[in-house]
Write a protein that binds this ligand. Structure first.
Ligand SMILES: Nc1ncnc2c1ncn2[C@@H]1O[C@H](COP(=O)(O)OP(=O)(O)OP(=O)(O)O)[C@@H](O)[C@H]1O
Ligand SMILES: Cc1ncc(COP(=O)(O)O)c(N)n1
Length: 267
């Protein structure tokens, strides 16, 4: 069985973070493991408290995983401090991890900040360069490219800047910021590939970023190339959103049980 690891924060409401990642990996037919970077007390309306793992504990979680069940792909999500980012970068390098997908989570949909200001520079210098692909949304790509993004042409410019600076491929998500849910994959040698998505009229988008990056990691674990992995992951997220679950008082979670399995759809 193919295996995947999520290194991320726990969301007590089950819509984002570790919980979304494990649901996604399982639904995509991959064995899921987790190294938890922080506990969050949160629900669909917001985050009320965060308790970080210590760097030593995170290091032990990663040692336990890599020395026993070696992951075929890894996804990282919320990592709030420089010290934790350094542990992850050291361990991924030391264990020669492959197929790393980094979701540079900065702010939750509900507005809560999930990374400290000084950790952003550590993320850029230590973790992002290890990734096969990074998956920023528009506000995160604005921080990483240091430019404003107002159009699809701006998305291409920003993705190129980020790719040149960090040396990794960039999947820039159109998501909820622009009119269409079109995502741009920028690879060093191939430049722009667009993944067109129909905007689904569903305000319940809690955990979309976590779900997409975990679906990509699952597909990479199974041996698909990056473009195919993104294509199937986009199908998966569209299915999970279209299933139209409506739970909680805020921006609710998606329905993984009714997400159509990416492999079975070709367009
Ligand atoms: N309403 C929508 N209809 C269709 N696809 C959507 C919609 N909203 C988001 N998506 C898709 O979901 C994926 C995640 O994108 P999004 O921009 O929401 O990420 P994010 O902001 O990082 O998510 P998160 O809410 O977890 O922070 C992308 O493939 C995006 O195109
Ligand atoms: C533990 C954790 N990780 C990531 C997110 C981002 O997801 P979203 O932007 O959908 O709230 C979150 N809210 N919580």
């Amino acid at each position: 069985m193919y295996t995947a690891l999520t290194i991320a924060g726990s969301d007590s409401s089950g819509g984002a973070g570790i919980q979304a990642d494990i649901k996604t990996m399982t639904a995509n037919g991959v064995y899921a493991m987790s190294a938890i970077t922080a506990l969050t007390a949160q629900n669909t309306t917001g985050v009320t408290s965060i308790m970080e793992a210590t760097p030593q504990f995170l290091a032990e979680e990663l040692d336990c995983i890599f020395t026993d069940i070696y992951p075929d792909a890894i996804k990282t999500g919320m990592v709030s401090s420089s010290e934790l980012i350094e542990v992850i970068a050291d361990k991924l390098t030391g264990y020669q991890a492959k197929n790393i997908v980094v979701d540079p989570v900065m702010v939750a949909t509900s507005g809560a900040r999930l990374i400290s200001e000084d950790a952003i520079s550590t993320l850029k210098s230590k973790l992002l360069p290890l990734a096969k692909v990074i998956t920023p949304n528009i506000p995160e790509a604005e921080v990483l490219s240091e430019m404003q993004i107002k159009s699809e042409a701006d998305m291409e410019k920003a993705a190129e800047i980020i790719c040149n600076r960090l040396g990794c491929s960039v999947l820039l998500k159109g998501g909820h910021q622009l009119n269409d849910a079109n995502d741009l994959l920028w690879q060093k040698n191939e430049q722009a590939t667009w993944f067109m998505g129909k905007r689904i009229d569903n305000p319940n988008t809690h955990g979309t970023g976590c779900t997409l990056s975990s679906a990509i990691a699952s597909n990479l674990a199974k041996g698909y190339d990056l473009k195919t992995s993104v294509k199937y992951a986009k199908n998966y997220i569209s299915g999970a959103l279209a299933a139209g679950l409506n739970l909680g008082k805020g921006s609710g979670p998606m329905n993984h049980a009714f997400a159509i399995k990416g492999e079975y759809i070709d367009e």
